[in-house]
Design a protein around this ligand. Structure first.
Ligand SMILES: [Zn+2]
Ligand SMILES: [Zn+2]
Length: 335
């Protein structure tokens, strides 16, 4: 079968062995499409992904073979999450599902940038969901990234009437804004790029700011959002946004770290102490978050249309370049 295999930080389209159900339980899924995630790009950049890996976890596909106790059958159209928590360890008991060692050891191999994938019985029972007829394949591929945002929002435990700021208006920032609004929160956004702030405004953000001159924007925000933002989400992956977040947060606010920052500096100790700030991370979703994401997509509570650009598997390197250079917001690789 055809797959995009990683070689020296580039994808190479190769013919690799098609997965089978021989001696194992689970399902073989014919991939319809798979979103290219920012975390795939980070894994390539930082060398966590190695030569020979087939990435891709925002998969939508169709079950073509199955040998498992599950709610699915041949022909089921599904979307999936790639990690399964054990639900019985210390991490799981404390709802840190993504810290569960079992969660981290489970995955989809090969990933979704291939014609077929193997999905284990455990995945089928926990992190796989039917795709309703009322949503498109591309929309369904947003289940996993949207669920990450939902988890961050749940962790922040946001009070009604809170003012939330999303820093970074790429596809993740847009999704975060969409999810925040779906839950009824007032959502503001900022980005260095003017076109993204305009797009976000059209997408339904209350107000957006261009952060080119950050000191000026901080002054403007302080005037308009009197005490500061109640919750700040960091989706940009840029070191400069840490300090910015602290400056525009209200005393006592929560700052949710939602992206990897290369060579990150820290948050200022005394700001956290004297201003009672809560800095928290949110990483990867639980099965319950995946379910909630699928619900929001089916109910059309979060609009993801227009966020992705479609590329064929052969054009996956082009998709990576266009994403990195901000030419597009996000890529959906169609098999
Ligand atoms: Zn992802
Ligand atoms: Zn666990």
């Amino acid at each position: 079968m055809k797959a995009a295999v990683l070689e020296n930080k580039k994808f190479v389209i190769k013919d690799i062995e098609k997965p089978s159900l021989e001696n194992r339980r689970g399902a073989i899924v014919k991939v319809i499409g798979c979103g290219l995630c920012g975390s795939d790009l980070v894994k390539i950049r930082d060398g966590q992904a190695q030569n020979g890996d087939v990435l891709g976890h925002e998969v939508v596909g169709e079950i073509i073979e199955i040998n498992a106790d599950s709610n699915f059958s041949i022909g089921s159209k599904i979307a999936l999450g790639h990690h399964v928590p054990c639900f019985s360890c210390t991490y799981c008991w404390n709802e840190n599902y993504s810290m569960c060692r079992h969660f981290k050891s489970t995955n989809i191999r090969p990933g979704g940038f291939a014609e077929y994938i193997y999905v284990s019985e455990e995945h089928l029972q926990n992190t796989v969901f039917n795709v309703n007829l009322n949503i498109t394949d591309m929309e369904a591929s947003f289940m996993e990234p949207l669920s990450c945002c939902i988890r961050a929002i749940k962790r922040a435990n946001i009070k009604d009437g809170s003012k939330c700021l999303v820093i970074g208006l790429g596809s993740v920032g847009m999704l975060m804004g969409g999810a925040l609004r779906a839950y009824g929160h007032k959502t503001y956004g900022c980005d260095l790029k003017a076109d993204r702030t305009i797009l976000a405004k059209e997408y339904g953000f209350e107000k957006t700011y261009i952060t080119e001159n950050s000191e000026q924007v901080i002054m403007q925000m302080k005037k308009e959002i009197r005490d500061g933002f109640d919750v700040v989400f960091l989706t940009a992956g840029a070191a400069a946004t840490l300090d910015f977040a602290v400056k525009v947060a209200r005393d006592g606010a929560k700052i949710v770290v939602f992206s990897s920052v290369k060579d990150a500096s820290g948050f200022a100790n005394n700001e956290i102490y004297y201003r009672e700030l809560t800095v928290m991370g949110s990483y990867s979703p639980s099965p319950m978050d995946l379910e909630d994401a699928m619900y929001l997509l089916e109910q059309k509570k979060v609009n993801v249309l227009g966020l992705s650009t479609v590329y064929s598997l052969d054009k996956i390197n082009e998709a990576v370049e266009d994403t990195v250079s901000n030419k597009i917001m996000k890529a959906f690789i169609k098999l």
